[in-house]
Design a protein. Structure first.
Length: 248
């Protein structure tokens, strides 16, 4: 983000719980946002361009960029999409290998390949840029089964390698593209409040130093910092946004 000027940012998954907040914060700072999502953005704003695209077609992402982005000069990208199969959430004992493998392909492969394509895109244009990928505390922690007992919810098994893979692929790209002033970072939120079972909310809050889940705004705002000049010497970082959950 330029210090005084406004910039243009792509938000992949910009119509989701966290993506809408990121979009609104950027728009409130007079930036232009290109929302890339399976659905048209629910936000209407003169500085918002909504492009409907399925990022699991990531093999074609280079063509997609060349077709859709020639009129924009991007300064950064946030990927907060959440691609998943229809049976996402299957328990460890019920998940099939096909579902496990498909979710890695849809989520891990799309995030990491799209990051690489954006790295090349900015590098070829000799443009500095900041890319932010959403991981999760479950990219570096195991789930606590006591939080989920009897609640018919949990952390799906593929989420662990997906989110861990995103953190390390982001570091890889940060390392390679650093010399070109193209930064890559992750945001790793803990639980974000979204109409969960009140028992879960109480259990989770009870073992979290800040005593509550994050609001969607709190999970979104750190991405704005990572896009901005205020973070110009930060790359390859995994910014944990978990109210202290992971410190104990
Ligand atoms: N919500 C949480 O509690 C939480 C916690 C930690 C990490 N995260 C991570 O943050 C990110 C955002 O989470 P969220 O809660 O906002 O998710 P969400 O499901 O509310 O939003 C995801 C968005 O991605 C879009 N999307 C899904 N598949 C797509 C595809 N194939 N192509 C294009 N767009 C697609 C959806 O349409 C939706 O708008 C995810 O990566 C998630 O793993 C979320």
């Amino acid at each position: 983000m330029e210090k005084s000027n406004t910039s243009t940012f792509a938000v992949i998954g910009g119509n989701g719980l966290i993506g809408k907040e990121i979009t609104n914060i950027l728009l409130s700072k007079s930036h232009t946002v290109i929302c890339i999502d399976l659905e048209k953005s629910a936000i209407t704003h003169p500085n918002l361009h909504s492009i409907v695209f399925d990022i699991t077609q990531f093999q074609n992402f280079e063509d997609f960029l060349h077709t859709n982005f020639s009129e924009f000069k991007l300064s950064g990208v946030v990927n907060c999409s959440y691609p998943r199969t229809k049976d996402w959430g299957a328990s460890l004992s019920n998940i099939s290998y096909g579902s496990f493998s498909e979710n890695l392909n849809l989520h891990l492969n799309s995030y990491t390949w799209i990051s690489k394509v954006f790295g090349d895109y900015f590098s070829n244009r000799k443009q500095k840029a900041s890319l932010v990928n959403y991981s999760s505390i479950y990219g570096f922690l195991g789930p606590n089964p006591n939080l989920y007992n009897d609640l018919n919810m949990g952390v799906p098994f593929p989420y662990a390698p997906i989110k861990a893979g995103i953190i390390n692929a982001t570091k890889y790209l940060a390392s390679i593209y650093g010399q070109k002033n193209i930064r890559f970072n992750c945001v790793s939120p803990g639980g974000v409040l979204d109409k969960q079972n009140p028992k879960f909310v109480a259990r989770y809050s009870n073992i979290t130093p800040l005593g509550r889940l994050a609001t969607p705004y709190e999970a979104a705002a750190p991405a704005i910092f990572l896009l901005s000049e205020e973070s110009s010497y930060i790359t390859g970082h995994n910014l944990i946004v978990d109210g202290g959950y992971s410190i104990r």
